[in-house]
Write a protein that binds this ligand. Structure first.
Ligand code: HEC
Ligand code: HEC
Length: 301
């Protein structure tokens, strides 16, 4: 507490808190005096009269109520002695949220660690056949992945569907595990400035043509050459995509960001930047392995 400001703020909390407790003790003991009048005796009043005949009695507070009050006061003092609450005083127990979290995590690791680890050394294709493993994988998925990929793993706009046969980064077990463990970052540059608005409109028609959808032939033809120079390096000349870069196939009907003409133009004009967070450090290898097996198992259903 050498630092003046932190010292000040400590006392700013400590003094009113303790004074508050003392004040409550004084208040209660003072107002709990007075004895109950026996039946027949004249009752003591506070001397206030309302509406001509409505008087306020001066009866003591009920015992049980007073006792509850004293208990809460004692609780407050004991609590403040044991736990942090008075400025930067850490409490006699030395309890912190962080240490509690770490203890709970260590306990969970001890309990579940061996169960998860059992599968860690099995190849994914084998784990993906194991009912117990898949059940655990499903629970993990709902906890850690469903916010983005949906509880049914069918994804949403910008978040890939993990049940279909279209993969940004490849369908094999290694690619899936790599996505989950290391994360992914799909980078689609913005082409609005390079193409101009008319160029974006033409390019979108060309993208439609790649997937065999109805399109304006003239506009698509005028974008073909630009596609070869600007886009083919990532999406492939025929639009088959590139799993090494996470560049989606454009020659099918599956769209990460939506297949409407507006969505396709937006993708081209402003670019896209999908981020799949890395989970290895956060979840550990064993859970990543179970999750990978679960994702892999979704393909066969
Ligand atoms: C914050 C949102 C978010 C969370 C949480 C998240 N993902 Fe993802 N995931 C994404 C995005 C976005 C992509 C696509 C990345 C890209 O566009 O390149 C992706 C891609 C993937 C891929 C690759 C898909 C492909 O087509 O190749 C897999 C597999 C995957 N996620 C599995 C998981 C699993 C399993 C979890 C839970 C541990 C998870 N994700 C949690 C957002 C998320
Ligand atoms: C540097 C590689 C790269 C280049 C060059 C590139 N793209 Fe992409 N493109 C990507 C990636 C990666 C994604 C996926 C972004 C994500 O995962 O968030 C993407 C996404 C898209 C999408 C959205 C697809 C969907 O399923 O919703 C369209 C459309 C698209 N690109 C068209 C083009 C066109 C047209 C060009 C040329 C003008 C082009 N791209 C150039 C890498 C590239």
């Amino acid at each position: 507490m050498a630092d003046f400001t932190s010292g000040f703020w400590d006392w700013y909390i400590i003094v009113p808190t303790l004074l508050g407790i003392v004040w409550l003790v004084v208040l209660v003991t003072r107002f709990s005096r007075g004895s109950k009048t026996a039946p027949g005796e004249p009752v003591e009043t506070m001397g206030h009269i309302w509406d001509g005949d409505l008087e306020e009695y001066n009866n003591p507070l009920p015992r049980w109520w007073l006792n509850l009050f004293y208990i809460t006061l004692v609780f407050a003092v004991v609590y403040l002695a044991l736990y942090p609450g008075l400025g930067s005083f850490k409490g006699l127990l030395g309890w912190t949220e962080v240490s509690q979290y770490q203890e709970e995590m260590a306990l969970a690791e001890e309990t579940y660690g061996p169960i998860f680890a059992r599968f860690q050394n099995q190849p994914l294709s084998q784990v993906a056949q194991d009912g117990d493993a898949l059940q655990m994988g499903e629970r993990l998925f709902v906890t850690y992945c469903a916010t983005c990929h949906g509880s049914d793993a069918r994804g949403a706009r910008g978040f890939p569907n993990l049940r279909d046969s279209e993969w940004l980064y490849g369908a094999d077990a290694e690619a899936i595990e790599h996505s989950i463990a290391q994360g992914r970052n799909g980078v689609m540059p913005a082409w609005g400035a390079a193409l101009g608005e008319a160029g974006v409109v033409q390019m979108a028609e060309y993208v439609l043509s790649l997937s065999g959808r109805e399109h304006d032939r003239g506009q698509a033809a005028s974008a073909k050459q630009k596609y070869v120079t600007m886009c083919a390096a990532c999406h492939g000349e025929d639009g088959a995509g590139n799993t090494a870069l996470g560049a989606p196939a454009l020659n099918n009907r599956v769209w990460l960001y939506g297949g409407s003409l507006t969505a396709i133009r937006d993708s081209i004009r402003v670019g896209r930047n999908g981020v799949m967070p890395a989970h290895q450090e956060f979840l550990g290898d064993a859970k990543v392995h179970l999750l990978s097996a679960y994702v892999l198992s979704l393909q066969d259903r």
